[in-house]
Structure formats: C-alpha cells, structure tokens
Design a protein around this ligand. Structure first.
Ligand code: TYM
Length: 337
C-alpha cells in the first residue's frame, strides 16, 4: 500500500486586485512545487480580509481575481483543493472555540496586529483584527495540516497555532495534528523596492516599490529600474550594508533558478544598471504569462465559481469531521437528526 501524502494547507487574503511579488515568491512558488508531494489545501482567506474594511463588490471581484492568479501561477484545482474560506462554515466555528483557549496577553503579543493596528490607529482597529491569528490557527487545525508553507512574516502565527493545538490536545485529548511552519529560509522575505527595510506589502503607503503580478510589463520594468540601491556601485551580496541590492539579487536568483553567487559573479564590475535591466527581463518573463492566463480565466467567472464550489465540497467534508470531534470533546450537546 502507498503511504498517504502529508497534508498541507496555506492561504492568502484576497484583499487587492493583484498579488505582489512577495506573495508569489514567499508563497505561490513553493505551493506549486509542494502540491506534487502533498495532499494540498489552498484557500482564499476572505474572512481574514474583512478584518480591515473592504468594499463588498470589490472583495467579491478580488476573490475571483486572486483565485485566477493562483490557477495561472500553477495551482491545479483538480489536484489540490482550492477553496474560499467563507464557503466552509467550520472556519468561523472552530475560531470561536480557539478564542476561548487563547490568553488576552498571548494575543496581544502578535506583531502583525501591533503593526496593522498602529497603521490604522489603535481605536480604529477591529476586534477581528486582534483575533485574526486565532482564526488562522483554526484554518490550519481543521485540515490536520502537517506543513504550512508561508513567508517568514507568518512564523509567529504558526507558533501560536502549535501552542493552541497542544493546549487543546492536552486538555481535551488528542484531536489536532501539531503543524510545522514550512518557511524557505533565505528567500522567505521579499522587501519593498523603494524601502528595502520593510517587507513588500500591499499595506505600504506608496506602491512605487511593489511589483504586482497584474502590472503591465512596462510598469514592472520601470519599478525595477527605479529600485533604491546604494551609492558605492559594487555588486555584492550584503543584507546589512546593501539591503536594496541584496533584495534584487535574491529576487533574481529565485526567479532565474540559480544561486545568488552566480548572479553576483555575472554582474560584478557591471554596475547596477545592467543588473536591473537583466532582472527586469527575468521578472517580466516570469509574470507576463501569469498575467495573461489570469485575464483569460477571468473571462469566464462562472467557471471559476463552479471550480470553487466543487472544491469547497471536499474542504467541507474534511473540515466538518474535525469540527464534529472538537464539539464533542468540549462537551457540546449534539443535535439529534
Ligand atoms: P497574506 O495575504 O498577507 O500573505 C500571503 C502569503 O504571502 C507571504 N508574503 C510574503 N512572503 C515573502 N515576502 C513578502 N514581502 C511577503 N508578503 C507576504 C505571506 O507570508 C503569506 O504566506 N495570514 C496569512 C493568510 C492566512 C493563512 C492561513 C496562511 C490565513 N489563514 C492559514 C497560512 C495558513 C497572510 O498573511 O496572508
């Protein structure tokens, strides 16, 4: 008999009309490879998206657009389970149970909340934004996922998930698989091209340093040519002293599937201009087919909705099983049918 494949789960928020290069490198690229070796679940985290205000029609459109980008980047919905979080009610239900097991102080230490709340102003931040990581823990635990491929910025949320799984298991008996973060070390964080001390993020004040998957190739090339570097002009990898250049070298190496050393070797002595020009070609060469395929897929929204509906059925089956066990273990009286 063949061993069942290990379970994997990951998701992104459909909170913009395009994913950015950080999402692509930090998440999608590894998802695509991992779906070969895993029983993979990928989802659109729309429940998470509404932790900050969203325009309803835009959220719906962005959910389809993000789905199309997943598929265009290589996620195969006939092999992986690709679904929308709000189409599986168990996510919100498990989150409630986990909320009751999370300490207020524990939740207060989550740095993503602190960053986002600081941007919005503490008073404007919602309680949903505060409990965001607990919903995320529920996402992972519902599917008994072993591997959770995410960027470095999500490490703390995965640690919280592990703590909550352990706490539930020791209090109510073995119920959840304790997941591992699956973070590709060096490549796990892509920085803003204009502000290379901050991660590339859709919540950045200016979008000049963000590469969007759905940008026109000309726009992408221009953003790369204008990327902030430094004044010494020497092509070498030094994350501390030359963060802008280090970020460009990282992006180059990953997308061109080679080592950072080999990129440095090729462009040493050539100055930043030549490196940027070649990088623009590599990035456009990677993203342009994804953009074109996304636009094609978006021509038939009904088909996208149908794929998501079918996949939600499978997701619901798995999630409901876990939720039933949880409800039973915590002592809820089951409805007689
Ligand atoms: P989101 O939508 O903010 O980010 C989606 C994924 O992209 C990665 N990422 C980056 N990687 C490298 N460099 C960057 N600059 C960069 N920016 C974003 C993130 O690490 C993430 O993997 N909370 C999650 C969504 C989520 C989730 C889950 C993930 C909800 N439930 C359960 C895994 C499992 C998030 O931040 O999405």
């Amino acid at each position: 008999m063949t061993e069942p494949k290990p379970r994997l789960l990951s998701g992104m928020q459909p909170s913009a009309d395009s994913l950015h290069l950080g999402n692509y490198i930090g998440a999608l690229l590894s998802w695509k490879a991992l779906q070969e070796t895993h029983d993979a679940f990928f989802f659109l985290a729309d429940l998470h998206a509404i932790t900050v205000p969203q325009e309803p029609e835009l959220l719906r459109a962005n959910t389809r657009r993000t789905t199309a980008q997943y598929i265009a980047a290589g996620i195969d919905p006939s092999r992986s389970t690709l679904f929308v979080q709000s189409q599986v009610p168990a996510h919100a239900e498990l989150a409630w149970v986990l909320n009751t097991l999370t300490g207020f102080g524990e939740a207060s230490r989550m740095t993503q909340f602190k960053d986002k709340a600081a941007k919005q102003g503490q008073e404007a931040a919602s309680v949903g934004l505060f409990t965001y990581p607990i919903l995320q823990a529920g996402d992972i635990l519902l599917y008994q996922a072993v591997d959770v491929p995410v960027g470095e910025d999500q490490r703390q949320h995965i640690e919280l998930t592990r703590d909550l799984a352990g706490r539930f298991n020791s209090r109510f008996g073995d119920t959840f698989t304790v997941p591992k973060p699956y973070i590709l070390k060096d490549t796990a964080k892509i920085f803003d091209l204009q502000n290379p001390s901050s991660k590339m993020s859709k919540s950045a004040e200016s979008h000049a340093g963000l590469i969007w998957l759905m940008d026109e190739p000309k726009v992408t090339a221009k953003k790369i040519m204008r990327a902030v570097t430094d004044t010494d002009g020497e092509v070498r990898y030094d994350r501390e002293a030359k963060p802008g250049l280090a970020n460009l070298l990282t992006i180059f190496a990953i997308l061109d599937n080679r080592s950072i050393e080999s990129v440095v070797e090729e462009f040493a002595g050539g100055g930043y201009g030549a490196l940027k020009k070649a990088l623009a070609e590599v990035v456009v060469g990677t993203l342009e087919p994804i953009r074109a395929r996304t636009l094609e897929l978006l021509d038939d929204p009904g088909e996208l909705d149908r794929i998501l509906g079918l996949n939600a059925e499978r997701a619901n089956e798995v999630a409901q099983q876990t939720l039933d066990t949880v409800y039973d273990r915590v002592g809820f009286l089951r409805r007689v049918r």
